[in-house]
Design a binder for this molecule. Structure first.
Ligand SMILES: NC(=O)c1ccc[n+]([C@@H]2O[C@H](COP(=O)([O-])OP(=O)(O)OC[C@H]3O[C@@H](n4cnc5c(N)ncnc54)[C@H](OP(=O)(O)O)[C@@H]3O)[C@@H](O)[C@H]2O)c1
Length: 249
C-alpha cells in the first residue's frame, strides 16, 4: 500500500507542495484546510476540510488514515494548529515537519515598530502620530482598531466581514494579493497613508507595501509572529521534499 502523507495547509507554500506531491504515484496525499473561507481553492490531491477536534482528534485521524508523515504548512500566525500538530503527532507517533516561509526583516530606511500584540499596536496608534492608516490585518483582528475615532482607516481584506465592525471613519477595499509595487505606491500616495498596520507574514505576495513604505518613510506597525514549537523545519518546498524522502526511505 502507498504511504499516506498529510499536509496541514491554507498557504501558498502548501498549494505548491501539494502540486509536487500529488504528481507522485508512490504516495497518497491528503491536504487539510481549516474551512474558514467558503469555496476555497482546492489543492491538488485529496482534500479534507474542517478542524480535527484538537490534538486528540488529530491523533485519531492520523491513526485511522494510517498517515506516515505530516507537514505543517499552515500560516505563520496559525499557531494553535502548530501546537496541536506537535501534540497530535507525538501521541500518534508520526513524524512532523514545519514548512514556514521566513519572516520579513527590516532593512535600512525602514521605520518599523515591532509589536507583540494587537493591543500594543492600538497603544502605539493612540500615541497620536497616525492620521491615515492602511490596516492590512485579518477579519478577526479588526475589532481591536474600531474604537480609534481620531484615525481614518483604509481597511484591506480578502472578504467583507459580516457583520461589518463599526469604524467611525473608514473605507473598505476588498482585494487578494499578490500586490504589485506600482499599485502599492499609488495606493499609499493617492490615499495619503502615513502608517501601515500589518503582521509579519513574510513571503512575496504582500511584501510590496513594505518597499513602498520604505521609499516614502512611512511608519509600519508590524505584529511579530507568535511563538511556535521547536521542531524539524524547512524554509522551502525543496527542503521539505528532502525531509520527506528521508522519512519514506
Ligand atoms: N492566521 C492567519 O493570519 C492566516 C492567514 C492565511 C491563511 N491562514 C490559514 O487559515 C487557517 C486557519 O488559521 P487560524 O489562524 O484560524 O488557525 P489556528 O488559530 O492556528 O487554528 C485554530 C483551529 O483551526 C483548525 N485548523 C487550523 N488550520 C487547520 C488546517 N489546516 N486543517 C484543519 N484544521 C485546521 C484547528 O481546529 P481543531 O483544533 O478542531 O483541529 C485549530 O485548532 C490555517 O489553515 C491557516 O494556514 C491563516
Amino acid at each position: 500500500m502507498k504511504p499516506s502523507l498529510l499536509i496541514l495547509g491554507g498557504t501558498t507554500e502548501a498549494y505548491a507542495l501539494a502540486d509536487v506531491l500529488a504528481a507522485r504515484d508512490d504516495l497518497r496525499l491528503i491536504s487539510s484546510l481549516a474551512g474558514r473561507t467558503t469555496n476555497p481553492r482546492l489543492p491538488a490531491g485529496e482534500t479534507r476540510i474542517g478542524g480535527f477536534g484538537g490534538p486528540e482528534g488529530l491523533a485519531t485521524y492520523l491513526r485511522e488514515q494510517d498517515i506516515r508523515a505530516v507537514i505543517d504548512v499552515t500560516h505563520p500566525f496559525a499557531s494553535r494548529m502548530g501546537w496541536n500538530a506537535v501534540e497530535g503527532c507525538r501521541s500518534a507517533d508520526v513524524p512532523l515537519l514545519r514548512l514556514e516561509r521566513p519572516a520579513w526583516m527590516p532593512e535600512p530606511g525602514d521605520r518599523w515598530e515591532s509589536v507583540e500584540s494587537w493591543g500594543r499596536a492600538v497603544e502605539v496608534l493612540r500615541q497620536g502620530e497616525a492620521r491615515r492608516v492602511l490596516l492590512a490585518v485579518g477579519r478577526q483582528e479588526l475589532d481591536h482598531f474600531a474604537g480609534l475615532d481620531a484615525i481614518w482607516f483604509l481597511i484591506r481584506l480578502v472578504t467583507r466581514p459580516d457583520p461589518l465592525p463599526a469604524f467611525p471613519s473608514a473605507e473598505w477595499r476588498l482585494s487578494r494579493g499578490p500586490f504589485d509595487l506600482a499599485d502599492e505606491r499609488a495606493l499609499l500616495d493617492t490615499q495619503a497613508i502615513d502608517t501601515i498596520v500589518c503582521k509579519n507574514s513574510g513571503g512575496e505576495a504582500t511584501a510590496a507595501k513594505l518597499i513602498a513604505a520604505r521609499e516614502r518613510g512611512i511608519r509600519v506597525i508590524m505584529l511579530q509572529r507568535p511563538a511556535r514549537p521547536r521542531i524539524a523545519m524547512a524554509a522551502t518546498v525543496a527542503e521539505a521534499l528532502g525531509w520527506l524522502d528521508g522519512i519514506l526511505g
